[in-house]
Design a protein around this ligand. Structure first.
Ligand code: FES
Ligand code: FE
Length: 333
């Protein structure tokens, strides 16, 4: 809606995103051009008027960021308000989500998704509503979190419940072809070899049952897989199921601290169902994410050993290798 705003942090940076009077999305550093105070104090809401007013000395800004008025009785002759607009940040809208980049030359969002954002086309993301939010602060570096995300060697002992729902994970692999002998099992439809969810289950929930109707555009393959992941490094992954979606935002808050912010997205008619059981849907992923958080923290602690210089990757960890290659590429190291 016009004049709606929300503030949040990217690392140490306070950001405010808002829609101006015409509904155009804008993003700014949440910092006044006078002496740098925070401009927007509430977390989110709707501005009453057409101006953003600094709570410190009441400088006021139009919603496109232009400085409209100071509170001084007299301005110096060489003072020009046009020289003091809010510092803008790049914002992009995609499928009902808002992405913010602090780079002057922001990356193209769609191509930021591994293997293409079009793979998510069959999920009606923009028409879904947020039914539940949950977050967690983990005592680990963000790269430790992503390394853990990228392998399933840890699955049987860290995630017994998940391995029951997704039997191939019980073999410490995430894809059919990760097994050296996969060709010998190529015609078996047992999910332990073929992937997909256990017999009788159709979604990620404690009961294994979907909480609402299947999204109508999904292909038979997307339905039988039961789960699809879309990753945009380094800040988000989206888990897609036949009946709902889950977005996970990964936010480094310190060298050894990472916050995750999770949202569960549903069709409005799913939330309206009399028999809808939120805990059945959200409890399962929370359990898995808690287990991953503990594993990542455990990994982080061990990295402090004075003698530890580097680890070693096994064949099943090829996605960890890809992730490390991506980090090297981004950092030029
Ligand atoms: Fe904002 Fe002074 S710091 S008006
Ligand atoms: Fe895990």
């Amino acid at each position: 809606e016009a004049r709606a705003f929300r503030r949040f942090r990217i690392g140490t940076q306070e950001i405010v995103v808002l829609r101006d009077g015409d509904g155009v999305l804008r993003g700014f550093h949440n910092s006044c051009r006078h002496r740098g105070s925070i401009l927007c104090q509430p977390e989110s809401g709707r501005l009453r008027g057409k101006l953003l007013v600094c709570p410190y000395h009441q400088w006021s800004y139009a919603l496109d960021g232009e400085l409209v008025a100071t509170s001084s009785m007299r301005e110096a002759p060489d003072f020009d308000k046009a020289d003091f607009p809010l510092y803008p940040v790049a914002v992009q809208e995609w499928r009902g989500g808002i992405f913010v980049s602090l780079l002057d030359d922001p990356p193209d969002l769609a191509s930021g998704f591994e293997r293409g954002s079009d793979r998510i086309d069959h999920w009606p993301m923009e028409s879904l509503v947020v039914g539940h939010r949950w977050g967690k602060v983990m005592q680990c570096n963000w790269k430790v979190f992503w390394e853990n995300f990228n392998e399933c060697l840890h699955c049987p002992n860290i995630h017994p419940e998940l391995c029951e729902l997704v039997p191939i994970y019980g073999r410490r692999i995430s894809g059919v072809r990760d097994a050296p002998d996969w060709q010998e099992h190529a015609d078996r439809d047992d999910p332990k070899y073929a992937g997909g969810l256990r017999a009788g289950a159709n979604s990620w929930s404690s009961s294994g049952q979907a909480c609402g109707p299947t999204f109508p555009e999904l292909t038979p393959a997307e339905i039988s897989r039961g789960q699809s992941y879309f990753v945009s490094l380094p800040s988000v992954f989206i888990a897609c199921h036949v009946d709902y979606m889950r977005t996970v935002r990964i936010l480094p808050t310190g060298p050894e601290q990472t916050e995750i912010e999770v949202e569960w997205l549903f069709q409005p008619e799913t939330l309206a169902r009399a028999d809808f059981d939120m805990d059945d849907v959200t409890g399962f992923a929370k359990l898995v994410m808690q287990q991953d958080a503990e594993a990542s923290e455990m990994n982080q602690q061990g990295l402090h050993a004075r003698r530890f210089e580097q680890g070693v990757l096994m064949p099943e960890e090829h996605y960890v290798r890809s992730f490390q290659d991506w980090v090297r590429e981004q950092t030029g190291s």
